[in-house]
Design a protein around this ligand. Structure first.
Ligand SMILES: Cc1cc2nc3c(=O)[nH]c(=O)nc-3n(C[C@H](O)[C@H](O)[C@H](O)COP(=O)(O)O)c2cc1C
Length: 307
């Protein structure tokens, strides 16, 4: 099995970082259901420097996460250095750097994918982090727009700067989530470097994930893990029931968050978790109004019995 620095994940299937979704509860449930490891939501290096308590809560980890990866974003190398020296992320094995986020507010701050337009600064951030943390990885897009696709030589520069895994999401930042992820961009990275490479974008099935591994060493799965929360188990040849995973997710949300937060934050998942199932309209309406995890479980149980 391929290594990321000195780390050897159990398998090549990684849960992609997703802001608002890959909190400790979701990462735990996905890790216990077959993922090699899972990456946190993007966490602001600056907010950590300012000791923001809400941001610090995003750094909670679960014991069952054998490999723990935290994704940081920012633009000032000194912010990253301070965070890494502060001990705030000491529980993590990997620091992943976000150079892919295309959201307006992040770009206006010159963070995320805006740094694809400032390769020297981007490399300085990677270097600074690699000097201050054992295993640093990067996640990026193909380029800021079609006119500025990153050259292959840049991936070599990332490797030299100390990146131990390069994850390529095969879209430009300007594309946001339109179109489909172009895995030729993943292949270009793989052809250019000798460190591990992961591909990201539009992997929804076991077959697609297995094919992706013909191109990259690791495959990152984001939305597909929510459309089918049994996908990672299936990739390990294990048959699991969708609702078994969903109930476990609810249990973990209750363990880490208060009832109101748990029941409202999970609302974002219903559109994914229930997609493709029949007769879910009434259930979805009720789930979106419920502020109580026990009630959510009882609504789901009634739905399963009536199906
Ligand atoms: C709701 C949502 C939030 C995301 N947040 C992040 C993030 O915090 N950091 C990051 O690098 N990518 C983020 N992404 C991008 C994903 O990690 C992934 O690269 C992208 O969704 C394509 O993969 P998929 O088709 O498997 O979802 C996010 C994507 C979605 C849909």
């Amino acid at each position: 099995m391929l290594k990321i620095g000195n780390l050897t994940p159990d398998n090549p299937y990684i849960v992609a970082p997703m802001a608002g979704y890959t909190d400790v509860a979701f990462r735990r449930v996905m890790t216990e259901h077959g993922a090699g490891f899972a990456v946190t939501e993007m966490v602001s290096a600056k907010a950590l420097v300012f000791d923001n308590q809400k941001t610090k809560l995003m750094l909670r980890t679960a014991q069952s996460e054998k490999i723990k990866s935290v994704q940081l974003f920012g633009r000032d190398p000194e912010d990253f250095k301070r965070v890494l020296k502060s001990g705030d992320v000491n529980e993590f094995d990997i620091v992943d750097l976000n150079f892919g986020c295309p959201v307006g507010k992040i770009i206006r701050n010159g963070e995320g994918s805006a740094l694809l337009k400032e390769p020297a600064l981007l490399l300085k951030i990677v270097e600074t982090c690699a000097d201050n943390f054992p295993v640093v990885t990067v996640k990026l897009r193909a380029g800021f727009d079609e006119q500025s696709i990153l050259p292959s030589s840049f991936f070599k520069d990332l490797e030299r700067a100390g990146a131990r895994l390069i994850t390529m999401h095969g879209r430009t930042a300007e594309q946001m989530y339109r179109g489909i992820s172009n895995w030729d961009y993943v292949k270009r990275v793989k052809d250019a470097v000798s460190v591990a490479v992961a591909g990201s974008g539009d992997i929804l099935t076991v077959e697609e994930a297995q094919n992706a591994l013909k191109i990259a060493d690791f495959v990152m799965i984001g939305r597909g893990a929510m459309y089918d929360p049994t996908l990672f188990d299936a990739l390990n040849g294990k048959n699991t029931q969708r609702f078994e995973v969903i109930f476990r997710h609810l249990d973990y949300l209750s363990e880490y968050f208060d009832d109101k937060y748990a029941s409202t934050t999970v609302r974002k998942f219903w559109g994914y978790y229930l997609k493709g199932l029949r007769d879910t309209h009434k259930l979805k309406v009720e789930l979106m109004q419920t502020e109580n995890v026990a009630k959510i479980k009882s609504l789901l149980s009634d739905f399963i019995l009536s199906a």
